[in-house]
Each structure stands twice: as C-alpha cells, then as structure tokens.
Design a protein around this ligand. Structure first.
Ligand SMILES: CC(C)(COP(=O)(O)OP(=O)(O)OC[C@H]1O[C@@H](n2cnc3c(N)ncnc32)[C@H](O)[C@@H]1OP(=O)(O)O)[C@@H](O)C(=O)NCCC(=O)NCCS
Length: 121
C-alpha cells in the first residue's frame, strides 16, 4: 500500500532521490571547464529562425573575451543535441539519466558536449 494520497509521498521522495543521484553522479563525470550552458530553449513557434545560433554565438564570444578556454553543455537524447553537434561541440561522455528517465517514464541518456573556444569559429 502506498503512503499518502495516491502515492504522493513515495513519488515525491523518488523524484528527490533521483535528482540527488543525478546531481552527484553528474559532478563526477562532467568535464572541467570555464563555463557552461545550463539551459537553452527557443519558443517552439520561433525555432529555425537563427535565434538559438545568435544566443550561443554571443555567449561563446563573451566567454572567449573573458579568457575562457572551454565550455560544456549537458543535454540528453530527448533534446535537440544535434544543434550542439552541428555547432562544433564534441561529445565528451554519456550516462543513464535517472531523473529525466523517471520524469518521462522511459530510458533517457544524458550527454555531455564540450567545445574548445580556441577552435570554435
Ligand atoms: C536547440 C534550439 C535552442 C535551437 O534554437 P533555434 O533558434 O531553433 O536554432 P537556429 O535557428 O539558430 O539554428 C541554428 C543552426 O542549428 C541547426 N538546427 C536547428 N535545429 C536543428 C535540429 N533539430 N537538427 C539539426 N540541426 C538543427 C539549424 O539548421 C541552424 O543551422 P545553420 O545555421 O547552418 O542553418 C531549439 O531547437 C530549442 O529550443 N529546442 C528545444 C530545447 C532543446 O532541445 N534545447 C537544447 C538542448 S538542452
């Protein structure tokens, strides 16, 4: 029998647990860098108009200006990881994403991409 109404407590506990496990494992497998793209999202109606590229161009130029050498991004199979690949980011590692898999109820792999700012165009 579940705890709370309709298993509310176990579901939230599991979410919190998966979040912790993902955060701790992430810290160990992520590459050391000078900066990170944490979240990039363009409104679905405005995609393909060059907005994402402009934002990333600006961010990378600013990071380089500040003396940064490398930038990482953590994405996953459910997101538009090809955007970064086309951009010149190199795949660094991938892993089973506990939290996203729990949320989406299917197995999702997280992916780390890395870009060397000295080689970026
Ligand atoms: C990823 C995202 C931010 C790109 O923003 P956007 O404004 O649509 O991208 P742009 O129009 O600037 O496209 C830039 C380049 O990437 C390419 N690109 C965009 N989406 C692509 C896709 N799904 N597959 C391959 N290439 C893609 C474009 O063709 C363009 O290339 P070009 O400059 O050579 O013509 C947007 O698709 C998004 O918000 N996706 C949902 C959230 C997400 O997946 N975020 C990234 C992972 S964390």
């Amino acid at each position: 029998m579940g705890l709370g109404v309709y298993g509310f407590i176990p579901r939230h506990f599991t979410f919190f647990w998966k979040y912790l496990v993902t955060e701790i494992r992430d810290g160990k497998r992520s590459p050391d860098v000078d900066g990170e793209i944490l979240l990039l999202m363009v409104d679905a109606d405005s995609r393909g108009l060059g907005i994402g590229r402009k934002l990333v161009d600006k961010f990378l130029a600013e990071a380089k200006n500040l003396g940064g050498k490398s930038i990482r991004v953590c994405t996953d199979e459910a997101s538009n990881w090809r955007f970064y690949k086309n951009y010149g980011f190199q795949r660094y590692s991938d892993y089973f994403d506990e939290l996203d898999s729990f949320i989406h109820k299917k197995s999702i792999r997280g992916i780390y991409y890395l870009i060397d700012l000295n080689k970026a165009s």
